[in-house]
Design a protein around this ligand. Structure first.
Ligand SMILES: *[C@@H]1O[C@H](CO)[C@@H](O)[C@H](O)[C@H]1NC(C)=O
Ligand SMILES: *[C@@H]1O[C@H](CO)[C@@H](O)[C@H](O)[C@H]1NC(C)=O
Ligand SMILES: *[C@@H]1O[C@H](CO)[C@@H](O)[C@H](O)[C@H]1NC(C)=O
Ligand SMILES: *[C@@H]1O[C@H](CO)[C@@H](O)[C@H](O)[C@H]1NC(C)=O
Length: 326
């Protein structure tokens, strides 16, 4: 990655809007679940796939359920891990079309690309391990399973298969020269690889501990730490490390509204008066101050169990203070 790092240093200091085919497959969340994915013409139905992804879809229809699932997971994981930040990943909802925060080579785009690449490989590896994929070497076991002295131990290849098919799918847009300037494509290929590296580490742990959920969460937080540790681009006068995310375009501070930069601003965002992190009113509101209001929550309370068999509750009203940015 050193050669790439050097390349970055002298190339493209002021890219403007780049059309972003790279993660437009996240648009599969829009209609992807309503498709049976059992006929090759299904691959043409949806916006968001580039020609190489069409081909991959046609030849590997059985992967598409995992890929649609991965697109959904990517969206929800991004939004939940950034819900307490000024940039809260809400713009991922507009996939397959993106605002400049994700369409340019920003650090936010770097995070989302690496996350999407990680999740798609992870989803394919899981489907493989659970025997859902006839094309995967994990599948053919059930007949032998009947033999009493044979214990089907899964297969060690599922992670490799996930990485292989996942990278074929998520890297395809960046391998096409027409999908943007070279610097942008190299940047995102690198970030995809970082994402897969984090996910394969987590996947190997998963096989050991068989706790998929924990590791899914852990690789998202690993990627978020990488995002948070990205140094400002102007200071980056050094080669890029293989495990670091990279970006090309500085992001706005996301404090005020600026459609050109893909910033919605934080006016009316909820903040936490007692917290000290990114969700604190100071940081979230960028020093503009906040308005307080009270909200009355209606809750079930003092529930009693009656023999047999129902529960009765009272209704309680609880008043909480809320703070929103000016
Ligand atoms: C494809 O799947 C749908 C529903 O999942 C089913 O109704 C249809 O018969 C299947 N078509 C083929 C050709 O297998
Ligand atoms: C979803 O389906 C609708 C209607 O079939 C179509 O107009 C739209 O372009 C599709 N959207 C995507 C993102 O595929
Ligand atoms: C995310 O930020 C946008 C723009 O500031 C805001 O409209 C939206 O409500 C926020 N979403 C959540 C879940 O906080
Ligand atoms: C605000 O932050 C404090 C301290 O981190 C935390 O205990 C509290 O639950 C937070 N409140 C809300 C409404 O999130």
């Amino acid at each position: 990655m050193t050669a790439y790092g050097n390349f970055l240093l002298f190339f493209v200091m002021s890219l403007s809007v780049i059309s972003c085919k790279g993660i437009s497959w996240l648009g599969l969340t829009v209609n992807g679940s309503s498709v049976g994915w059992n006929q090759t013409h299904h691959c043409k139905l949806l916006d968001g796939l580039v020609p190489d992804q069409h081909q991959l879809c046609k030849r590997n229809l059985e992967l598409m359920h995992s890929i649609v699932h991965a697109a959904k997971l990517t969206k929800s994981a991004c939004q939940s891990s950034f819900s307490d930040m000024r940039w809260n990943c809400s713009t991922i909802e507009s996939a397959p079309h993106f605002t400049p925060d994700l369409a340019k080579g920003t650090r936010e785009a770097a995070f989302v690309f690496s996350l999407a690449a990680a999740v798609v490989s992870h989803a394919i590896a899981r489907a493989c391990a659970s025997g859902e994929l006839p094309s995967c070497s994990c599948a053919p076991a059930p007949s032998e399973q009947a033999a009493p002295d044979f214990r089907w131990g899964g297969c060690g290849d599922n992670v490799r298969y996930g990485l292989q098919m996942g990278s074929a799918f998520s890297d395809a847009p960046m391998r096409n020269r027409r999908s943007g300037p070279q610097a942008f494509r190299l940047m995102q290929l690198h970030n995809n690889a970082v994402g897969r590296q984090v996910s394969s580490t987590a996947s190997f742990e998963t096989m050991v501990k068989s706790s998929v959920q924990i590791n899914f969460v852990s690789f998202i937080s690993d990627l978020k730490s990488k995002y948070l540790s990205l140094v400002p681009r102007e200071m980056e006068v050094r080669p890029v490390g293989e495990t670091e995310l990279v970006y090309l375009v500085s992001s706005p501070d996301y404090c005020s509204q600026n459609a050109k930069q893909g910033s919605f601003g934080t006016a009316d965002r909820q903040c936490n008066k007692t917290a000290t992190g990114s969700e604190s009113c100071g940081l979230m509101c960028c020093g503009r101050g906040y308005n307080a209001y009270t909200e009355v929550l209606v809750e079930r309370c003092q529930c009693k169990y009656h023999w047999c068999c129902y529960v009765s509750c009272k209704t309680c009203h609880r008043t909480v203070e809320r703070y929103v940015c000016k």
